[in-house]
Design a protein around this ligand. Structure first.
Ligand code: PLP
Length: 397
């Protein structure tokens, strides 16, 4: 039987890293995968994480199973991080510790499939390429709403609102909490207010994918959209990832935080979330979440972590400015100032598929086909080579 199995296509983004690793050219630069790198091109383990691991290693060992939804203490600190200090008054909450943000998305997708089989999930166009795959795997139908205005490199806000106003009641709208992947373009505070009103008016269930809290403008600033929804008081699903902001990529740490209107609803939702987890991976891996819980509960460690997070954020925003300055200094045709207005790890550069291909083939610079650049992959050592190469391919077109 197994001889009949077809080869699956390479993952659009992770597949590029495989090709990058196989590339023998020493000057190669990987700007594709969404992993933070420091100015030396290394993905650091945060000092706060090392300290938390030392504390955990010195404590008693416990390898018994965690509850299905993970450590209850973890869900609580996550909810405080996501909804703010007032989180306990924010409504009736259900929650789960999930293996990464992707695990949270899949659990939520299974939950939606089991409980709202008629609902369609609306995704921004464009969105993270794994979104449609995760919902398809859970047999949840998806459609898209406009998000990006290519002409102005900004949010297509009017078109987005007009699309929301036509979505059928009972559908789910997936929004990126901050640092939209791949465009780097987020709604302003005022736009979030309008989105929240439109979503409530249509009777849609808001689902916020919150994978980059703290990578845009700050932990609280980046939660503006999530908290606008929370303050409006309706139902809300938030999926957090701690891969980027704690640098815990391979530990697979994420969470679902679900706000419900009543205590009974929260209890029922929790039971259905637990059911989805039980049939999927039974219960979560403990280590990464214990690190996050330890850091968030210890004032000193939390301060250290917040400083480390600020440093990552500042480096990315600094590289945005350097990228624009360097493109300008080299006289590359076009106005790239929009890059400094984008937030998070990614920038939709406006490079075409053909230009991206030339960059890979001729200059060993790896960028996702959509033109999405991981700004965190830029360093003082490679920026000139990158902007020179961009200049060469753009001038040729
Ligand atoms: N959501 C978005 C928008 C992402 O960009 C990512 C990671 O790239 C995730 C979710 C999932 O993150 P994790 O690695 O924690 O599964």
């Amino acid at each position: 039987m197994l001889e009949t199995v077809d080869l699956a296509p390479r993952d659009a983004i992770l597949g590029l890293t495989v090709a990058f690793n196989e590339d023998p050219r020493s000057e190669k630069v990987n700007l594709s995968v969404g992993v933070y790198q420091d100015e030396h091109g290394k993905t650091p383990t945060l000092g706060s994480v090392v300290e938390a691991e030392n504390i955990l290693a010195a404590g008693p060992s416990n390898k018994a199973y965690l509850p299905i939804s993970g450590s209850p203490g973890y869900s609580e600190v996550v909810q405080e991080l996501v909804f703010g200090p007032e989180y306990q008054t924010a409504g009736h909450l259900a929650g789960a510790h999930t293996p990464g943000g992707t695990g949270g998305l899949r659990v939520a997708a299974d939950f939606l499939h089991a409980n709202f089989p008629q609902a369609t999930v609306w995704l921004s166009e464009p969105t993270w390429p794994n979104h449609p795959s995760v919902f398809a795997a859970a047999e949840v139908p998806t459609k898209t709403y406009p998000y990006f205005d290519q002409q102005t490199n900004s949010l297509a806000f009017e078109q987005m609102l007009a699309a929301i106003e036509k979505m059928p009641a009972g559908d789910v709208i997936l929004l990126h909490g901050c640092c939209h992947n791949p465009t780097g373009i987020d709604p302003t505070a005022k736009e979030w207010q309008q989105i929240v009103q439109a979503v409530a008016k249509r009777g849609l269930l808001p689902f916020l994918d919150f994978a980059y809290q703290g990578f845009g403008d700050g932990l609280d600033e980046d939660a503006a959209g999530v908290r606008e929804f929370r303050n409006a008081g309706g139902d809300l699903i938030v999926c957090s990832s701690f891969s980027k902001n704690f640098g815990l990529y391979r530990e697979r740490v994420g969470a679902l935080s679900i706000a419900c209107a009543t205590n009974d609803a929260a209890t029922a939702v929790q039971s259905q979330i637990n059911r989805a987890i039980r049939a999927n991976y039974s219960n979560p891996p403990a280590h990464g979440a214990a690190i996050v819980e330890t850091i968030l509960r210890d004032q000193n460690l939390r301060e250290t972590w917040e400083k480390e997070l600020s440093a990552m954020r500042d480096r990315i925003n600094g590289m945005r400015q350097q990228l624009v300055d360097s493109l300008e200094a080299k006289g590359v045709p076009g106005d790239y100032s929009f890059i400094t207005r984008q937030r998070g790890m990614f920038s939709f550069s406006g490079l075409t598929k053909d230009q991206v291909e030339q960059l890979r083939e001729q200059y060993a610079i790896y960028i996702v086909g959509s033109g999405r650049i991981n700004v965190a992959g830029l360093t003082p050592a490679n920026i000139d080579r990158v902007t020179e190469a961009i200049g060469a391919v753009v001038s040729k077109s």
